[in-house]
Design a protein around this ligand. Structure first.
Ligand SMILES: Nc1ncnc2c1ncn2[C@@H]1O[C@H](COP(=O)(O)OP(=O)(O)OP(=O)(O)O)[C@@H](O)[C@H]1O
Length: 281
């Protein structure tokens, strides 16, 4: 099933009556659940525009964007804001953590803002997610007390909080050193192996190698191209799966509570896959 589908999406920025930039031209892209799609392309080719449209932060001039079967180009701002908070995770180059909150509080915040999770559920999930990304022992630290790589891992945990349909990353390793970048990629690979979908824009060929599918933008036009081997996991996948399974248990409870039967079905399907990784646990 496609988590997001772009149909003939174009974006024209109008600078004046007669001057405009065609940032995207009739882009068609369908991302299936469980994929990692890497978006490459030179500076100015339209990557950020594409990501903003996929993240519902911006609307196309023409064409449709379907997220999990809903046409988001038809939604008003209020519905869209709620939808975005619940269904789409974001990780930016500069982490964008709130400086006056601890790592734990940063991860809890979207869950608490959604009103879906109790305080206890949000805290339990946030601790599990921090553990999953390898910064469980830094839950009480503020962003300034964390390295760039650690802050980016907290940002990944935060993006995972709402169990989003997919996570969008814009140059996620742009501000961190090579070792931290390798660690982050290993975490993304592990989380993807547990079923999460990623859409990653990057200039960095090392990051691009993580994509099972690479698409390239040139002057606003998208073409499918290149794939790269996915290397072995450096993260202990069984441990990660066990923590993730407990997160999904909480999500299952929350979605049963609000009667979201489609989500319940999806989470139950994911849980059965993850249970097979965790084993008898
Ligand atoms: N708000 C805007 N108004 C007018 N033109 C814009 C606007 N935003 C982007 N553009 C133009 O649209 C084109 C695509 O820009 P975009 O930021 O999507 O590229 P990019 O591939 O993300 O570049 P980079 O890798 O440098 O971040 C560029 O020509 C840019 O100048």
């Amino acid at each position: 099933m496609a988590v997001i589908e772009l149909i003939n999406v174009s974006k024209r920025y109008r600078l004046s009556e007669s001057v405009y930039v065609d940032a995207l031209m009739e882009v068609n892209l369908s991302v299936e659940r469980g994929e990692i799609v890497v978006v490459m392309g030179p500076s100015g080719s339209g990557k950020t525009t594409l990501l903003n449209i996929m993240g519902t932060l911006d609307k196309p001039t023409a064409g449709k964007v379907i997220v999990e079967g809903s046409d988001v180009t038809e939604m008003d701002e209020e519905d869209l804001t709620r939808f975005r908070l619940r269904r789409i995770g974001f990780v930016f180059q500069q982490y964008n953590l709130l400086q006056n909150l601890t790592a734990l509080e940063n991860v809890e915040l979207p869950m608490l803002m959604s009103g879906l999770y109790s305080r206890e559920e949000a805290e339990t999930k946030a601790r599990l997610l921090l553990e999953l990304v390898g910064v469980g022992d830094r839950a009480g630290n503020k962003p300034t007390q964390l390295s760039g790589g650690q802050q980016q891992r907290v940002a990944v945990a935060r993006a995972m909080g709402m169990d989003p349909s997919f996570i969008i990353m814009d140059e996620p390793t742009g501000a961190i050193d090579a070792v931290s970048a390798a660690q982050l990629l290993s975490i993304i690979r592990a989380i993807n192996a547990l079923g999460k979908t990623f859409i990653i824009a990057t200039h960095n060929p090392d990051v691009a190698r993580i994509g099972k599918r690479v698409v390239t933008l040139r002057n606003g036009k998208l073409s499918e191209g290149g794939s790269a081997e996915v290397r072995a996991d450096a993260v202990d996948i069984r441990r990660a799966a066990a923590a993730y399974k407990r997160c999904l248990d909480i999500d299952l409870l929350v979605n049963k509570r609000i009667g979201a039967s489609n989500e319940v079905d999806r989470i139950e399907a994911e849980l059965s896959v993850i249970s097979s990784i965790v084993g008898g646990d």
